[in-house]
Ligand binder design. Structure first.
Ligand code: ADP
Ligand code: MG
Length: 402
């Protein structure tokens, strides 16, 4: 069961006037522009605002901390959280102090000077290798900075790292922020007691990435709609000539086993009946063909209109839908119709609709802001959301239970 049992939400924690450590996920995409690191998407910073503002309004001394990228050894100026501090300051309209290190004298000086309602952002936690090693003495140094621990970094809860696992063990007043609360509620509903019919929509690059997810979903769903390159491997397993399409040949046996299991469990697996093909991923346009008639030297890069119509029948029946994985190479306009079509169909369905997966969330946002906002929940954690769906217990969530 994935629930909030035993986890205290921030609004019930004694944070007034206290030093409150909030683990956020400011692992934003950066791009170097004329020698400067520029944030290309600040969604992760915006998602953390309700929790940060709540803590400020209650007069907490707010200590924010995050990782950013994968620094190789020690501090790397290109992976400084400085751009995030600047963006956060703009969004909040207050100064955000940024000590040059997450622990030690620099951090202490800034943290102990904070007045009620003020905010600081510690420097990139991964500048210390101890963070990823879940090191207890590093965690103890972080614990010395705060009275209360709040986790709002859903994107990091599947990793047993110091700031999400060893640290909260040391702080008795601990709980979750609003974003983490929302994630656990929505994904928990899908994992634990989805309203039926429950339909999963899977796609994306590979079957091999998602085997555990498929096997876990087979126990719960009424149907699995499959598109994307994942569908190619299933179609190949059924003996269809996929020609130049991306197929995982070493996974076709597994795909056959999954199809057999589904039949035993009376779970429908809906595969594409037509696809959009081209000779290269650089093609300016694609051609719609039935799956049985893919021409030589062509590859399937999207699902076709007949497939969408078939999938729609399941979306009309569904009361819950979990979607992971684009229906095609949606980054290229000629191959985006299937993914955007599913996005629009699900946005307009009455079902409880949840999306997990980094590329899938990006695809839905690209389909339009009016589309994205009609989903019940778009998870901010790719890896973490899939691990929850697999039925795993995540270290950063379990440690919060009291
Ligand atoms: P997520 O991040 O949502 O879990 P994945 O990483 O599994 O999704 O897959 C996303 C990638 O799969 C996208 O970059 C998309 O272009 C690619 N993809 C989907 N369908 C195809 C296809 N038919 N051929 C090639 N690439 C595909
Ligand atoms: Mg991905």
């Amino acid at each position: 069961m994935t629930t909030l049992a035993g986890i205290v939400p921030i609004n019930e924690l004694p944070i007034d006037q206290k030093r409150v450590f909030i683990r956020v996920d400011f692992n934003v995409p950066l791009e170097e522009q004329s020698g400067k690191q520029v944030i290309t998407d600040d969604a992760r910073i915006r998602e953390a605002l309700p929790t940060i503002k709540h803590a400020m309004d209650r007069g907490a001394r707010v200590i924010l901390a995050s990782h950013l990228g994968r620094p190789k050894k020690g501090p790397d100026p290109k992976l400084s959280l400085e751009p995030c501090a600047a963006r956060l300051a703009d969004l909040l309209g207050v100064e955000v102090h940024l000590p040059e290190d997450s622990v030690g004298d620099a951090a202490k000086k800034v943290v102990f000077d904070l007045r009620a309602g003020q905010v600081c952002l510690l420097e990139n936690l991964r500048f210390h290798a101890e963070e990823e090693k879940n090191d207890e003495s590093f965690a103890a140094q972080l614990a010395a900075l705060c009275d209360v621990y709040v986790d709002d970094a859903f994107g990091a809860v599947h990793r047993a790292h110091a700031s999400v696992h060893a640290l909260p063990k040391l702080v008795s007043e601990r709980g979750c922020g609003f974003l983490l609360e929302k994630e656990i509620k929505a994904l928990g509903k899908i994992v634990s007691n989805p309203d039926k019919p429950f339909v999963a929509v899977l796609g994306g690059a590979k079957v091999s990435d998602k085997i555990a997810v498929i096997e876990s979903l087979l126990e719960k769903v009424d149907a699995i709609v499959i598109g994307g390159a994942m569908a190619n491997t299933f179609l190949a397993a059924k003996g269809i000539a996929m020609k130049s399409s991306k197929v995982e040949n070493e996974k076709t046996a597994l795909a056959r086993t999954i199809l057999e299991k589904a039949q035993e469990k009376k779970v429908t697996i809906a595969l594409p009946v037509d696809v959009v093909v081209a000779q290269s991923i650089e093609a300016k346009e694609g051609k719609v063909v039935d799956v049985g008639s893919i021409p030589d030297n062509h590859m399937a890069l999207d699902v076709g209109p007949k497939s969408l119509a078939e999938f729609q029948k399941w979306f009309d029946k569904a009361k819950s839908v979990f979607w992971n994985g684009p229906m095609g190479l949606f980054e290229k306009t000629p191959f985006s119709k299937g993914t955007f079509g599913v996005a629009r169909a699900l946005a307009n369905s009455k079902a409880f609709t949840v999306i997990g997966g980094g590329d899938s969330a990006a695809a839905v946002k690209e389909a339009g802001s009016d589309v994205a906002k009609k989903f019940s929940h778009i998870s901010t954690g790719g890896g973490a959301s899939l691990e929850l769906i697999e039925g795993k217990k995540l270290p950063g969530i379990e440690v919060l239970r009291r």
